[in-house]
Design a protein around this ligand. Structure first.
Ligand code: AMP
Ligand code: MG
Length: 493
């Protein structure tokens, strides 16, 4: 395994170089063998556990690694903070995967950096395991996401309101460039760095966008910036719609937690929706429901508008003209998002191509789900099954009334195709909050008592095949008996 350091090319305005702080007693708890293979890392937890624990705690540097912590700003719950940055993360470097894609390898919980402010730079074991479970579940559900390669226990305590076991989690991402990274340079009126960041982002993510030197042609350079922005927008649609499809609530869609690559990043306060409710929110600090389930499409547009603002100086010296250039892209983003939302929901009910009145069919269903407080995941599984057998018809008719018959008529022409489409789009199992919490509690006890993480691994095995009914799937399909009414999630743990 050998890492490269492309981010260094951007220069020191973009990061602070600094080493992870070594930990007392690193022990490898989770190793993502499949992801390691994809990254062509030829080390296994069976034979190289000690070395992996050293590498992925930060105690020993991987060949080629020149660790750094990235600078970024961000709007947190609508309020701009110009100085955030990786307060507890170190980018070890990049690796090329077996498909030729460059991926960042980043440690989180690896000690303080220039950006730590009053934080301790550490991460507790529970949130580290949670990020591993949630990101792997998202990946298997078909949601664009950052991944987890490893969780290493540090043998040190992390103090929150009481001591917890500490851990370092290794995140793999297409990049860690966030909307907040652009805001960092915009806030400093550093147009030169902005252009360098756009160029770097195009090289990394959008090779279809031609890079044009602003000194050679202002006109062409502004068309590059617009193409870049359009490419970023296109990535956010499948992201947020995949969340809406599976009932994922990100929980902290601050601009520093919005990656331009369109990957889910930052699993701190995320949760899954049970019964359909637009206002579903579990984050303890999201008192106004800014990041509630049903707000996510609107918030993504808000975040993209913030990104657009950072790009204005690259489009024209005249702000009005710059706005005129970029505004149509945001308007089109809104249209595409709404159009694709209906396509996504249509697919969930077995409709591939929308025809007249399908929008109403979808809207009516959503209203019924909300009014009848129906479990989102279970209802779509029942509808899928209802296409091929009539076991659930009575129950579905009772809750959905005449909608059920209208829908049956709509898909009657090709039931086979409808069933196939629905089976692909409606997961049988999601990482339900109550199961995740139960597994985390038992895993932490097992760790303390020097036991194994077999319960967690069994859960992961099910989550890795969410569209297939395995023998154990049924153990994790139930909705919580209390509707998770007292469930709260936390940021920055
Ligand atoms: P998050 O809520 O995880 O998106 O974090 C917001 C900001 O707080 C980022 O700049 C993090 O790097 C920083 N941060 C979160 N937890 C810690 C910590 N324990 N020590 C230092 N910085 C932290
Ligand atoms: Mg964050």
């Amino acid at each position: 395994m050998k890492l490269s350091n492309h981010y260094h090319q951007l220069g020191e305005a973009f990061y602070h170089q600094g080493l992870p702080t070594p930990v007392a007693e690193p022990v490898l708890l989770l190793w993502n063998e499949k992801l390691a293979n994809d990254l062509v890392i030829n080390l296994s937890s069976q034979h190289d556990s000690e070395l992996l624990a050293k590498y992925f705690s930060g105690n020993q540097l991987v060949e080629g690694s020149r660790p750094l912590s990235q600078a970024y700003s961000g709007h947190q719950f609508g309020h701009f903070n110009p100085q955030l940055g990786d307060g507890r993360a170190h980018l070890l470097g990049e690796i090329v995967d077996d498909a030729g894609q460059v991926k960042d390898i980043q440690l989180k919980g690896s000690g303080t950096s220039h950006f730590s402010r009053s934080g301790d730079g550490r991460c507790a074991l529970g949130p580290a395991l949670r990020e591993f479970i949630m990101s792997e579940a998202m990946y298997a559900l078909g949601v664009p996401t950052t991944r987890c390669l490893a969780v290493v226990a540090t043998g040190e305590a992390v103090y929150r309101e009481r001591p917890y076991a500490g851990a370092v989690v290794t995140r793999v991402a297409s990049s860690h460039i966030r909307v907040g990274t652009f805001q960092y340079f915009a806030a400093r009126k550093d147009t030169k760095s902005m252009k360098a960041l756009v160029d770097f982002s195009c090289r990394r993510h959008f090779s279809e966008v031609n890079i044009i030197d602003a000194d050679i042609s202002e006109q062409d350079s502004s068309s590059q910036v617009l193409s870049f922005f359009e490419a970023v927008l296109a990535k956010q649609i499948p992201l947020v719609l995949a969340w809406m499809r599976v009932g994922f609530i990100h929980g902290v869609m601050n601009t520093d937690n919005t990656a331009i690559s369109g990957e889910t990043i930052d699993f701190g306060p995320c949760a899954m929706m049970n019964d359909y409710h637009r206002g579903s929110v579990f984050s303890s600090i999201d008192k106004n429901g800014r990041y509630a389930f049903g707000e996510q499409m609107t918030i993504m547009q808000w975040n993209m508008t913030r990104l657009a603002e950072t790009l204005l100086p690259l489009l024209s010296d005249d702000q009005e003209q710059a706005i005129e250039k970029i505004e149509p892209l945001l308007a089109k983003f809104h249209q595409n998002l709404m159009r694709d939302y209906f396509i996504m929901m249509a697919n969930k009910i077995g409709i591939e191509t929308l025809i007249e009145n399908d929008d109403d069919l979808i809207t009516d269903l959503i209203e019924l789900l909300e009014a009848e407080k129906l479990d989102y995941t279970q209802t779509f599984v029942k509808l899928t099954n209802a296409v091929i057998n009539d076991e659930n018809h009575h129950e579905l008719k009772a809750s959905l009334g005449s909608w059920f018959e209208l829908w049956q008529q709509r898909i009657s022409l090709d039931k086979d195709a409808a069933f196939q489409l629905m089976s692909k789009n409606n997961p049988l199992v999601i990482p339900r909050n109550h199961h995740v919490e139960a597994i985390l509690a038992s895993s932490q006890t097992a760790y303390q008592e020097k036991g194994n993480l077999s319960a967690l691994n069994e859960f992961l095995a099910v989550l890795k095949q969410p569209y297939t009914q395995l023998a154990k799937t049924v153990d994790y399909q139930d909705a919580p008996s209390d509707g998770d009414e007292n469930y709260h999630t936390f940021c920055g743990t």
